[in-house]
Design a protein around this ligand. Structure first.
Ligand code: GRF
Length: 199
């Protein structure tokens, strides 16, 4: 199975996928990494792993629409069976979502539907929840709202800072994302309305 990863920054989730492939825990071929950010560390990670990296600099485009046209063209060239948003910090346009319907997944650092959007871990801490976590979900037109595949939780400690909580959640993200990719290629996921049934 061919996967393409979209990442905007540090790329630790991308690295976790690379590591899972290299240790034989994930039988997929990562055929490319695409980033909207020319200074994303994910580019370095792709280079080190011998994975082709494509930079489509969002800020070099006059409009989001034109950016999306090139992004879709780059995706199509790579013929992905699955598109993995691993710290991709933009909302995907309708055309791309339509083209890869049911074949795009995203990792988000909260137990959705709580705390969508940016700084989810800090939102959770400020709200005072006792349990936080991460969610892997299919991507639809709404932000952080598609059918949920997997969630992993962490206990919020009394002396947690947002950074400490973020670090603990990140470890769970790395596990959850690889697990979700595995369930996808094993064809164990069926979307029934809002629910993802795991067989
Ligand atoms: C992760 O917490 C991810 O859930 C969120 O952005 C962060 C990206 O981290 N969407 P990394 O780039 O994978 O290290």
């Amino acid at each position: 199975m061919r996967i393409v990863v979209l990442a905007s920054g540090r790329g630790s989730n991308f690295q976790a996928i690379i590591d899972s492939i290299n240790t034989g825990n994930l039988f997929v071929s990562c055929v490319g990494m695409i980033t909207d950010n020319p200074s994303a560390y994910a580019i370095e990670r792709a280079r080190n792993a011998g994975i082709p990296a494509t930079v489509i600099d969002y800020h070099a485009y006059p409009s989001r629409l034109e950016y999306e046209v090139d992004l879709l063209a780059a995706l199509k060239e790579l013929l992905p069976d699955l598109v993995v948003l691993a710290g991709y910090m933009r909302i995907l346009g309708r055309e791309i979502i339509f083209e890869y319907k049911g074949r795009i997944i995203n990792i988000h650092p909260s137990l959705l539907p709580s705390f969508p959007g940016l700084h989810a871990q800090a939102q959770a801490l400020a709200y005072g929840v006792k349990v936080a976590g991460c969610t892997v979900h299919f991507v639809d037109e709404e932000m952080d709202a598609g059918p949920i595949i997997l969630q992993r939780s962490v206990v919020v400690k009394e002396d947690d800072t947002a950074d400490m909580l973020e670090e603990r959640i990140l470890k769970e993200e790395h596990i959850a994302l690889s697990n979700a990719i595995r369930l996808f290629y094993e064809k164990k996921l069926t979307i029934c309305d809002r629910r993802v049934v795991i067989s």
